[in-house]
Design a protein around this ligand. Structure first.
Ligand code: AHR
Length: 495
């Protein structure tokens, strides 16, 4: 193990924008055990719950301050009919979850249950509507059911179902992956559908809508150009790309090169954001619409012994670094990125929580969200890293990965610097310069482990957890050593 040198410059007067808390958003789909068993166990369950929603999961999620949750899909959304999920539970129809294992969807968790879950964890609901197999009327009626404050037939039904007060749902997605499972549209045809559907999505009383269109698969330029050419300035608030960095090796078994390979793929999010926002600027120079990435994360091969269609995967220190790298990218683009939703909250893909029966654990990715919550609502600061790149191989090809990455934000008189050291062996001794002011007190939170494959299990749920240290650092220039394979946050109180 060696120590290398780096310089980090934090420019306190170069404020990029306020970091939208929604960058720290989540995504929960009717898929595998995300909703059923993960969130919803039903009132009769022996697992402690309140009105059917797991108490342990609610308590854990509150710790990471989730600002927004996207639901009910994913691919599931374009095959979901909201009326199936309201009214007396015993009478709700049983449907087939066609995309995810063709299991029975009991519709026990519907609109009211979702809103209740969001309220419990303190998040805004983001509902993704059905464009692929639904109609403008169906989606328009869902908005009325949720948001209209007066006594229409639909809202009397809502009151009858337990909620007299409107839900006032702000965020509405007009379809999901409409280039694929959401209808296989081409971009022009989807733009026409977006216009048709959004025309009938009304702002009722004090609940103005924030409408989100389906953006590209990854960094597909063609979809974005053609969508915006056709749309020409219509009502659009957010434009949502999906980017999964995938895997290298398996969830828990990988070489050092595969560790770097996956982090390198995660870092491609920067290219996506830079290029997609550039295209959006051509059609929307006043930046009326924000860029969203409402599905992102790792996607590992199916875990042995689990149903492949349920997308269950373990979550290691490597996933934590993927999350931290990605959130740092969003923070650095706080002037354009308005929301991000990691896929998915519980038991699916890059989950922050895993459950098994009445047991629950928080993953290394959860701990990144807990550490990074401090950035929510801060002013994103320009920060630069001067450090050697890491060279690694993918097959016969040599590639490079930034030797240190991160972001910084300012809230009142506190600078929050988050740093990812991706080196599997080298710690990095960094000199940190504050362009203005002086540090009077510094606290560090560090997430790392000696084993780059480390993860939490139900037998060892605390194997990967952050530690807190008070550092004796003051002044304008700070020296700090970032351990190998780590995520660190420095809370710098200014004098
Ligand atoms: O998150 C799993 C799936 O990935 C979603 O349903 C879909 O939108 C994406 O392809």
């Amino acid at each position: 193990m060696t120590t290398t040198k780096a310089t980090i410059n934090i420019e306190l007067t170069e404020q990029i924008a306020t970091i939208n808390p929604n960058i720290y958003g989540h995504f929960a789909e009717h898929l595998g055990h995300c909703i059923y068993e993960g969130i919803w166990v039903g009132e009769a369950s022996a697992i402690p719950n309140t009105d059917g929603i797991r108490d342990d999961v609610v308590a854990a999620l509150k710790r990471i301050k989730p600002p927004v949750v996207r639901w009910p899909g994913g691919c599931f959304a374009d095959d979901y009919h909201w009326e199936d999920g309201v009214g007396p539970r015993a009478q709700r129809p049983k449907r087939i979850n066609a995309h995810w294992g063709q299991v029975i969807e009991p519709n026990e968790f519907g609109t009211h249950e979702f809103i209740e879950f969001c309220r419990r964890i303190g998040a805004e609901p983001y509902i993704c509507g059905n464009v692929g197999s639904g109609s403008p009327k169906e989606l328009r009626d869902w908005v009325e059911y949720c948001n209209y404050p007066g006594d229409s037939t639909l809202t009397l039904q809502r009151a009858n179902n337990g909620n007299k007060e409107p839900f006032r749902v702000k965020y509405w997605g007009v379809g999901n992956e409409n280039w694929g499972c959401g209808g296989n549209f081409d971009p022009e045809d989807y733009a026409a559908e977006y216009q048709r559907f959004s025309t009938f999505l009304f702002n009722f009383a004090d609940a103005p809508l924030y409408l989100i269109a389906c953006g590209p698969s990854g960094n597909n330029h063609d979809w974005t150009h053609k969508f915006f050419q056709k749309l020409r300035g219509r009502r659009l608030h957010g434009y949502a790309a999906h980017y999964y960095c995938g895997t290298a090796g398996t969830a828990t078994e990988y070489t050092a090169d595969q560790w770097y390979e996956l982090l390198h793929r995660a870092a491609q999010m920067e290219k996506l954001v830079v290029e997609q926002r550039g295209i959006m600027d051509e059609y929307d120079p006043q930046r009326r619409s924000g860029l969203i990435v409402d599905e992102w994360g790792t996607w590992h091969p199916p875990a042995p012994g689990r149903k492949p269609s349920f997308l269950w995967q373990q979550n290691t220190l490597r996933d934590a670094l993927v999350a931290a790298l990605t959130l740092d990218i969003f923070n650095r683009h706080a002037d354009k990125v308005v929301m991000g939703n990691i896929a998915q909250t519980i038991n699916v893909l890059q989950a922050v929580i895993l459950t098994e029966g009445d047991k629950m654990l928080t993953t290394p990715t959860f701990h990144v969200y807990e550490i990074y919550a401090q950035h929510q609502g801060g002013q994103s600061l320009k920060v630069s890293f001067d450090v050697d790149d890491i060279l690694f191989s993918v097959g016969n090809e040599e590639r490079q990965l930034g030797g240190l990455n991160g972001s910084a934000s300012l809230t009142d008189k506190t600078v929050y610097l988050t740093v990812v050291n991706p080196h599997v062996e080298n710690s990095i001794e960094a000199t940190i310069h504050l362009s203005e002011g002086e540090a009077k007190e510094v606290t560090a939170r560090v997430l790392t482990h000696d084993d780059i494959h480390a993860h939490n299990t139900f037998d060892a749920p605390q194997n990967v957890t952050p530690c807190t240290e008070s550092l004796s650092l003051t002044g304008k220039t700070l020296q700090h050593c970032f351990p190998a394979a780590s995520v660190t946050a420095l809370l710098i109180q200014l004098a």
